[in-house]
Structure formats: C-alpha cells, structure tokens
Write a protein that binds this ligand. Structure first.
Ligand SMILES: Cc1c2[nH]c(c1CCC(=O)O)Cc1[nH]c(c(CCC(=O)O)c1C)Cc1[nH]c(c(CCC(=O)O)c1C)Cc1[nH]c(c(C)c1CCC(=O)O)C2
Length: 355
C-alpha cells in the first residue's frame, strides 16, 4: 500500500467503530456536484465520465467541498455505474436526463453479453488511481470514502437502461426469471467485492454501498434478492480488510433495519422518512446510524435548518451517529445552506455533550 500522510481528523472512523467523540462527524451524499460553481466550472470543460476517468480531475472535484466546508470526510468522485461499464455495458450521461444505457440487458438471454470475470484492475484502475491521488492531496485532512452501487440497484439500471420511476422491468425479472436474476446479482456481487477491496488497497478508508432502490422491494423480496448479496459483500470485504468501516445505505428499506443490523456492516444509512428515535430504539448501540435530514430541508432558511439539525441530533443521540442528509444534494441547492447544515451539526452536537 502506498505511504499516505497521517490522518488529522479521524472522527468518522471512530464513530463508525462505536467510539465516543467530542462532536458528531458530518458529510453529505453528493457533496461534490452541480450545486457548487467550482464543480460547474470543471464540467463546462469536461464530460461527466471524463471527470470520473481522469484521476487529476476526480481528485480536484472530490476536494472542492472539503476546501469550502468543515466536513469530516471526503467521498471519491465517481459513479455507481462504473460497475456496469466494467461488465461491458455502455453508459452515457445525458444532460438533463441522467444516465442512459444505449443497449441495456433486455432479456435473460442477453446476460451472455456481460463480460465474464472482468479484469477489475484493468477496467476500473482509473478509480484506484483517483483514490490514491486524492488521498495524497487530502494530506490527512479527513478520511476518504470509497463506494459502490449494490447489486440490486445496479441490476435495475442494467435492465431499465437508465433512471426509472418504479423499476418495473427489473422487478418483473425477479418473478419471471428468478434464476437469471440471481445469476446477474451474483456476477455483479463478485465484481463489487473485488472492486471494494481494490479501493481500500488504493487508499479508501471507509466504504459505502448504495442500494438506492432497495425501497422498491418488499421485505420478502429484499431478503431473497438484496440482503444475501449485501451480506456477501460485507463478508468478502471484511475478510480482506477487517479494519475498514462499512456503511450500507438501503434507501427506503425501513422493513430491513433489523436484518441489516445482523450483517457485518458497521454503519446503516437512513433516508429522511425514518424517525431517528424509532430507528435508534430498534438498533440500540449495536451499529452506528448515518443520516438523515431531508435534502429539501436545505431549501429552508438558516433557522429552519438549524432547528431540523437539533431535532435530528436529539433523535439519534450523541453516540454512534454520523450526520448526513437522507439522500444526495440537489443541483439547485444554495451552497451557503449546506454550510449552515455542516456548521450546525458541529455546534449543536458539541453543546449536547456539555449539558
Ligand atoms: C443512483 C446513483 C447514481 N450515482 C450514485 C448513485 C447512488 C446515490 C444515489 O442514490 O443518489 C452515486 C454517486 N454519484 C456521484 C457520486 C459522487 C460522490 C459524492 O459527492 O457523493 C456518488 C456517490 C456523482 C454524480 N453522479 C451524477 C452526477 C451529476 C452529473 C453531472 O455532473 O452532470 C454527479 C455529480 C450522475 C448520475 N449518476 C446516477 C444518477 C441517477 C445520476 C443523474 C443525477 C441527476 O442528473 O440528477 C446514478
């Protein structure tokens, strides 16, 4: 492993492992992105996947929010859709529309189009290079988070060919062609495990698995088609790197909270539809919880955001909580409101520990 500068702020890693800290650490999903004018400036010159594929550019935009705000972690600038790319599918980012697969996996018989046992280092080496460079350039200011999409969420994109309101085609596979669905999920899982281990070898200090579309599955379907693969990922990565905290963000999967506590993930990310206090009652202090302010709360004024942060912190309690939004930043968010969110978490959480 390359030699990296010593870490000056390890709050998030300590909280993920269950230690007490003087304040609650905070980061924001999609903290690097279009709401930042300095990101827009880079995007004016470069296509999205060129930024992802060029380590110097990826490092630059990863660090932009760290320079601007008092965040406790950086997350590498990339996308969950690099895994379908590694499996041989073309993915384009269409302005105003989002991701687009010109040639998605339409039928189970088309599974053979996916590359067998892809060379992850060869296909995704640019992400590893971006992690290594970013970790060096961060110079120990905050830990660097790596990530991957979860098998079910990636299966959705590969079959639908892009964003979709209800993932109808992908969900139909689960019932019409369950064996093919399991084959696709397993194939994706194998690549994800190797990819995440490689990210740690390249410099990632914490890893998050995004199951953004978990909420479209019911409890039983989740247990059949999502949970076993999420578990395999945690077990596979822990076997190689037991010291690296793992976060799972299964958006919308309220019903799965207890199931997820039983896995090897150290941190469970919550979206904003869950009540922090109720979630804490279920999990106790067995895991760290992450979240969960409604991103739309950042459209509110300073006072509104501050009060919402107070409620959120009171609900989660000052132990085993990493503050975040319940989903990503929106492109039309005012960066100054993100600052209010971050600073409020620090101020209020320090006060909470002194009463
Ligand atoms: C589902 C998903 C994707 N990508 C991702 C997810 C999981 C998180 C979630 O549920 O939101 C993950 C992701 N995508 C991006 C990051 C970067 C790190 C960060 O700051 O969080 C991360 C962690 C950058 C990005 N990924 C994307 C952008 C915007 C593209 C641009 O600059 O034009 C960014 C900054 C593109 C993207 N990529 C994806 C979509 C749906 C879109 C379009 C979004 C939109 O148009 O509103 C797929």
């Amino acid at each position: 492993m390359p030699d990296f500068p010593p870490l000056q702020n390890d709050l998030i890693l300590r909280v993920a492992r269950g230690e007490s800290t003087r304040r609650t650490p905070v980061w924001m999903m999609r903290q690097a992105g279009r709401y930042l004018p300095e990101y827009q400036a880079v995007r004016a010159e470069h296509e999205f996947f060129d930024v992802v594929g060029t380590p110097e550019l990826a490092a630059e935009v990863t660090i932009q929010p760290i320079d601007r705000f008092d965040l406790d972690a950086a997350i590498i600038f990339s996308d969950i859709l690099v895994i379908p790319q590694a499996l041989g599918l073309e993915v384009q980012m269409v302005k105003g529309k989002g991701p687009h697969f010109p040639n998605p996996v339409r039928e189970p018989s088309e599974l053979s189009r996916l590359t067998d046992d892809p060379d992850v280092h060869e296909e995704l080496g640019h992400v590893y290079d971006a992690l290594t460079l970013t970790r060096k350039e961060l110079n120990g200011r905050v830990p660097l988070i790596g990530f991957s999409g979860a098998p079910w969420t990636l299966m959705g994109y590969m079959i639908e060919g892009g964003g979709s309101k209800n993932y109808k085609k992908a969900r139909a596979w689960l019932y019409e062609a369950p064996e093919a669905a399991h084959r696709l999920l397993q194939k994706t899982t194998d690549v994800i495990i190797e990819y995440l281990i490689g990210q740690v070898d390249a410099g990632a200090q914490m890893l998050q698995v995004f199951d953004s579309w978990a909420g479209l599955l019911g409890p039983k379907t989740f247990r059949t088609f999502a949970l076993p693969y999420l578990k395999q990922i945690a077990e596979g990565v822990k076997e190689a790197h037991p010291e690296v905290p793992l976060v799972v963000f299964a958006k919308g999967a309220h019903y799965a909270l207890e199931d997820l506590v039983e896995t090897e993930y150290d941190v469970i990310g919550l979206d904003w539809t869950m009540d922090p206090k109720a979630a804490r009652l279920v999990v106790g202090e067995r895991v760290t919880l992450q979240g969960n302010l409604d991103p739309c709360m950042l459209y509110g004024d300073e006072e509104t955001i501050r009060r919402a942060v107070q409620d959120m912190l009171a609900g989660f309690g000052s132990h085993r909580h990493i503050a975040n939004l319940g989903h990503g930043m929106h492109p039309d968010h005012d960066p100054e409101h993100a600052r209010v969110f971050v600073d409020s978490v620090h101020e209020v959480s320090e006060q909470m520990r002194h009463v």
